[in-house]
Design a protein around this ligand. Structure first.
Ligand SMILES: [Cu+2]
Length: 289
């Protein structure tokens, strides 16, 4: 009897220590009125399960506020960026101000209704916001989702936390280049680490070319002036890519890729040339087998 009790205790302790080392999941659901998520998140490596229940399509980014920064000013910054991008305006000054008020930790670039994305990142204690640079997609008078409830503050509590798991593939972003994994990428579900080694903010857009579309077709479209015409050359796959990372930051994304050709690029605007980073070299094609 005594022996059994000791064994049970050992089993229980074993489970406890295993649980302490596992990566915490933070569930975020975008509903029609905003993000539903916990008010506090543990420090260390966490995985955000981002799902869109009934919200408009948009991106989601994690942003750590600099000490003493007013979240309302940051909300204004995200809203101005979203409307500026939707109207095709130069957003350099808006970006400069927003990026100087905190650090971008990554997230998902596009999350359509009924879809989800999984991103992981290392969080330090502090005050954060979850927001986006998207609008309600009204071409006449675009309204920022940040002004429609899609702006949520949360606190990261002190503690050691979990360590990042080893990624299957790594992508390095630099000023101005995208370095894809040196080995052949295989189809399936894998964890990708995206590292910003540059001095500017970068993101990694990733989309799959439709079977009838070639990289040359995409390059032609990229070089043409004006709004895109004709059918979308890309397949609509949710959860691909990594949202903006401040210089020196990295984050992971779990993606399920099927065989085909993929396009990766960054479209952050360069403050010097005012050109999107893609036009300065941050554009690559990748074959998945
Ligand atoms: Cu970039």
């Amino acid at each position: 009897m005594k022996h059994t009790r000791v064994s049970l205790l050992a089993v229980t302790l074993g489970l406890c220590s295993a649980a302490a080392q596992s990566v915490p999941s933070v569930n975020v659901t975008a509903t029609a009125s905003g993000y539903q998520m916990p008010a506090t998140v543990p420090a260390g490596y966490v995985e955000f399960n981002l799902s869109n229940a009934s919200a408009p399509s948009g991106d989601i980014v994690v942003f750590k506020l600099n000490a003493g920064t007013d979240p309302m000013g940051v909300k204004k910054g995200f809203a101005a960026l979203a409307v500026g991008l939707a109207m095709g305006q130069d957003t350099i000054d808006v970006e400069k101000q927003l990026f100087s008020s905190g650090q971008l930790y990554g997230g998902t670039l596009s999350i359509a209704p009924k879809s989800s994305a999984r991103v992981g990142m290392n969080l330090e204690p502090g005050t954060y916001v979850l927001s986006n640079a998207a609008t309600n997609d009204d071409p006449k008078s675009p309204k920022a989702l940040a002004d429609m409830g899609f702006f949520q503050t949360f606190t990261v509590t002190a503690g050691k936390g979990a360590a990042a798991p080893k990624a299957d593939y790594t992508v390095q972003l630099a000023d101005f280049a995208v370095s894809l994994p040196p080995t052949q990428v295989t189809a399936g579900t894998h964890t990708w680490e995206v590292v910003n080694q540059g001095r500017q903010t970068h993101f990694m857009a990733m989309s799959k070319l439709k079977p009838s579309v070639t990289p040359e077709d995409v390059m032609k479209m990229m070089a043409s002036e004006g709004p895109p015409t004709g059918p979308d050359p890309m397949e609509n796959i949710p959860g691909l890519g990594m949202n903006a990372l401040s210089p020196g930051r990295s984050a992971t994304v779990t993606m399920t890729l099927t065989p085909g050709t993929y396009f990766t690029a960054c479209f952050v605007a360069d403050p010097v040339t005012h050109k999107p980073h893609a036009m300065l070299g941050m554009m690559r094609f990748m074959t998945v087998k």
